[in-house]
Design a protein around this ligand. Structure first.
Ligand code: SF4
Length: 62
C-alpha cells in the first residue's frame, strides 16, 4: 500500500512542474513499504517541519 501522504505530498507539485522526475514516486511514495524509509515521512511522524525541497532520500532538490 502506498504512503498515506502520496496524494497531498509537495513532491507531486514538483513533479507537475517538472522540477523532479517521477523516480521518487516510484521508489518511495507508491511502493508497498519503502515509504517507511522516506526521510520526509519519518519527520512528519515526529511532527518535525521540513522544506518542500527535501527529498525522500534526505537530499535537497537542486
Ligand atoms: S515523499 Fe515521502 S512522505 Fe511524501 S508521499 Fe512520498 S513517501 Fe510519503
Amino acid at each position: 500500500m502506498a504512503c498515506k501522504w502520496n496524494n497531498v505530498c509537495p513532491l507531486r507539485r514538483l513533479e507537475q512542474q517538472s522540477k523532479i522526475s517521477a523516480d521518487y514516486k516510484k521508489e518511495y511514495c507508491e511502493s508497498e513499504e519503502n515509504w517507511k524509509n522516506c526521510v520526509r515521512f519519518k519527520l512528519e511522524e515526529q511532527g518535525i517541519s521540513h522544506k518542500d525541497s527535501l527529498m525522500p532520500d534526505g537530499r535537497y532538490m537542486k
